[in-house]
Write a protein that binds this ligand. Structure first.
Ligand code: ADP
Ligand code: GLC
Length: 470
C-alpha cells in the first residue's frame, strides 16, 4: 500500500513526547512489512538539518519549499518549510505559553499533507494516517475532496491523547475558510467552538487509539474529556492498537547512551549504570537503597502531584529518586523545593535530555509512573526492557503492559496501584521494596519484564489490518 503518515513531531528530528517516538518508528515498521511510506511533518527551527542530513528538494508545494531525508528502511520523511509558522524555537509553545496562532499553523500543515504527496509524485495514496489534533483538519479536507482525488484515499486518525484537542474560537472558520457546513455537533463543533481533534474523529474513515484499554476508557465520562458521547457514536470504527517500542533505540544491550551495556543474562552492566547515574545526578548511593527513576513531561496527566505528595514518605524509606522532567513551572518549583530539602537523596534535572532519559531507564532499580490517565505510555515499556521494574497506576496502556508481581509465583513484571493518591503509591512502593529485599525474587521480576516483547512489528501488523478494512 501507499501510505502517507502525518505527525506534528517525528523523532529523532523533533519530539516533545511519545507521539514523536511513534511517528519515528511506526512508518519504519510499516515499510519493513513491504509498504511505501511517506512521512510529512513541519520543518521547525529547532531541527538540525545538517546533523540529520535533511536536504531541500526541487519540489515546492503551494510555492513553499519542501525538504527531505530518506531513512534506511526506505521511508521518505518530508519536512514542510514555512518561515513564519515553523521557524520558531518551540513546537507548540514557548516559555510556557502556547503560540496564539496554533489554529493557523496546524491548519496550514494539515492542508499541505496530501498536496505534498501529490507534488512529489507519491501516489495514488491508499491511506492517509493522521495523528492527534494537529492533523484533524486534514481528515476534514480529505472527506471534502475525496471525489477529486485519484484512487480512493482512506483516512485513519489516531488519538494519542484526548487531553489535548486543539480547541479554538469559531472565528477561525472564516479566517481559514474551513467552511461553516462542517461546524455541526456531528462535525468539528464542540460547545460553539472549533475542535480540531473532533474533526479528525468525525471525518476519518477509521479511528485508532494507542492501547486497547484506552479505547474503552475514552468512551466513558471519566476519561472522555467531553467527547465520550461522540466517540461512542463512532465506536464501530474505533480500535485500540498498543504502541510498540523501537528496540533499535531502546535496548540496554546496544544503547550508546550508557556507560556500560547489559542484557537479561548478565546484569553486571546495570550496576555500573546505576553508580554512574548517581554520580551524574549527585545522588548519595546508600547501601541497599532502591533508586526510583522518573522521566516525564511535568503535566497534570502524569500524576506529578502524587509524586510530590509522596516524597516525604519515600524519604522515610530506603529509597532515592532520580527525576528528569520538563514542563509546567509550578511542578518545577515544587520538585526543586523537595530537592533543596532532601539534598543528596534526590537527583533532579529539569529540562529535556534524551541521553539522560536512557541513563535513568538503565540506572534506576524501579521506575515510577503514577499517571492519572495514560493512553499508552512508552516509558514503562522501556523500563521493562532495561530490567527497571515499573511501578504504575492501573490506567490506560499501563494496564495493558504491566502485570502485578505482588503475589510471587505469577508472571508479574511490576507493581500496580489503583487509587490516585500518595498513600496508594507508597503502598505499591512498599510492595516493591519487599521484593527488592530478596535479590532472587527481584531478579525474577526483572527478567520477566526483560523477556517481554513489544516490538513494532505486531503493532504495524494491526495497523495494516485496519488499512485493509478501510
Ligand atoms: P507522553 O507522550 O505522554 O509524554 P510517553 O511515555 O508515551 O508519554 O512518551 C514520553 C517520551 O518522551 C519517552 O520517550 C520519554 O523518554 C521522553 N521524555 C519525556 N520527558 C522527557 C525529558 N524531560 N527529557 C527527555 N526525554 C523525555
Ligand atoms: C501521548 C500519550 C502517551 C502515548 C503517546 C504515544 O503523548 O500521553 O500515553 O504513549 O502519546 O502514543
Amino acid at each position: 500500500m501507499k501510505i502517507v503518515f502525518a505527525a506534528s513531531e517525528v523523532a529523532p528530528f523533533s519530539k516533545t513526547g511519545g507521539l514523536g517516538d511513534v511517528a519515528g518508528a511506526l512508518p519504519d515498521a510499516l515499510a519493513r512489512r513491504g509498504h511505501e511510506v511517506l512521512v510529512v511533518t513541519p520543518l521547525y527551527g529547532q531541527i538540525d538539518r545538517k546533523k540529520h542530513g535533511i536536504w531541500p528538494t526541487s519540489t515546492r508545494v503551494f510555492d513553499m519549499p519542501v525538504h527531505e531525508r530518506v531513512l534506511e528502511s526506505g521511508v521518505r520523511v518530508v519536512f514542510l518549510e514555512h518561515g513564519h509558522f515553523f521557524d520558531r524555537p518551540g513546537i507548540y509553545d514557548e516559555g510556557g505559553k502556547e503560540y496564539d496562532d496554533n489554529a493557523h499553523r496546524f491548519a496550514f500543515f494539515s492542508r499541505r499533507i496530501l498536496p505534498t504527496a501529490d507534488a512529489l509524485g507519491f501516489g495514488p495514496v491508499d491511506i492517509l494516517h493522521l495523528n492527534d489534533w494537529q492533523t484533524g483538519v486534514a481528515a476534514l479536507e480529505l472527506s471534502r475532496q475525496r471525489g477529486l482525488r485519484p484512487g480512493f484515499t482512506k483516512s485513519v486518525f489516531t488519538i494519542h491523547n484526548l487531553g489535548y484537542q486543539g480547541v479554538f474560537d469559531k472565528k477561525v472558520i472564516d479566517e481559514l475558510g474551513l467552511g461553516w457546513d462542517a461546524f455541526t455537533p456531528w462535525g468539528m463543533e464542540q460547545y460553539d467552538r472549533v475542535n480540531y481533534l473532533k474533526a479528525g474523529v468525525a471525518f476519518a474513515d477509521w479511528i485508532t487509539t494507542v492501547s486497547p484499554t484506552y479505547a474503552q476508557e475514552i468512551q466513558t465520562p471519566e476519561h472522555g474529556f467531553g467527547l465520550d458521547g461522540f466517540i461512542r457514536s463512532r465506536s464501530n470504527r474505533l480500535v485500540g492498537i498498543l504502541n510498540g517500542v523501537d528496540y533499535g533505540q531502546w535496548n540496554p544491550a546496544t544503547d550508546r547512551n550508557l556507560p556500560s551495556r547489559y542484557g537479561p543474562d548478565d546484569l553486571a552492566g546495570k550496576a555500573v549504570c546505576r553508580r554512574a547515574l548517581c554520580e551524574e545526578l549527585g545522588i548519595e548511593d546508600r547501601p541497599g537503597s532502591m533508586l526510583l527513576g522518573v522521566v516525564t513531561r511535568l503535566a497534570w496527566q502524569k500524576g506529578i502531584d502524587m509524586i510530590v505528595d509522596a516524597i516525604p514518605a519515600l524519604m522515610e524509606r530506603n529509597v532515592n529518586l532520580a527525576i528528569l522532567g520538563s514542563g509546567e513551572q509550578h511542578y518545577v518549583d515544587r520538585l526543586e523545593g523537595a530537592k533543596r530539602y532532601h539534598g543528596k537523596r534526590i537527583g533532579l534535572y529539569v529540562g529535556y535530555d534524551n541521553g539522560l532519559a536512557h541513563r535513568i531507564e538503565a540506572g534506576a532499580d524501579a521506575f515510577l509512573m503514577p499517571s492519572l490517565y495514560e493512553p499508552c505510555g512508552l516509558n514503562q515499556m522501556y523500563s521493562l526492557k532495561y530490567g527497571t521494574v515499573p511501578i504504575v497506576r492501573t490506567t490506560g496502556g499501563l494496564v495493558d503492559t504491566v502485570v502485578d508481581a505482588t503475589v510471587p509465583g505469577g508472571f508479574g513484571t511490576g507493581f500496580r496501584f489503583q487509587d490516585p493518591n500518595a498513600g496508594a503509591l507508597i503502598d505499591a512502593v512498599d510492595r516493591a521494596l519487599r521484593a527488592f529485599e530478596h535479590p532472587a525474587r527481584w531478579r525474577e521480576i526483572q527478567q520477566a519484564g526483560m523477556a517481554q516483547d513489544f516490538s513494532w512489528d505486531a503493532a504495524a501488523a494491526r495497523c495494516e489490518a485496519i488499512y485493509e478494512r478501510a
